[in-house]
Design a protein. Structure first.
Length: 140
């Protein structure tokens, strides 16, 4: 896709002009994650409709790689089925961010996708619990 400098320029662009940054007040999913020890913190917000991440936004603070990565993730997965997010691999995001550029900072690069995937997993667990509870209730 890019040469090394192209990946660096792309990351800087996403960091300086983030896409999909901001809160969704009535989000169906809200998940915070990151590496607080090094200062990388991200909150992902998702509006879900019919199994699709209709809107994906993020807020956060941290290094260029973590914040650019969260912006890239929010932009990439907006409009995608939840199954696509669940199947996403950290390695794919590392490739998109420029493996050669972020390989020494994989934890930073993984903050956005890891947090988004955790949000979807939380939703799935809640759905499963509701189904179990509904099935356990006596029928009247």
């Amino acid at each position: 896709m890019f040469d090394r400098q192209g990946y660096i320029d792309n990351l800087l662009d996403y960091y300086q002009s983030p896409r999909n940054k901001g809160r969704i007040d009535d989000a169906d999913l809200t998940m915070s994650g990151g590496n607080p020890g090094c200062g990388d913190v991200v909150t992902m917000y998702v509006k879900v409709k019919d199994g699709v991440a209709e809107q994906v936004r993020f807020e956060g603070q941290g290094c260029t790689i973590s914040q650019a990565g969260a912006s890239m993730v929010a932009e990439k997965y907006e409009g995608q089925p939840l199954e696509t997010i669940e199947a996403a691999e950290v390695d794919d995001m590392i490739d998109e961010m420029g493996r050669d550029v972020v390989i020494s900072r994989v934890r930073c690069a993984a903050v956005g996708i890891g947090t988004l995937k955790a949000a979807v997993q939380q939703l799935r667990k809640a759905q499963t619990m509701r189904e179990i509870e509904a099935g356990a209730r006596p029928k009247s």
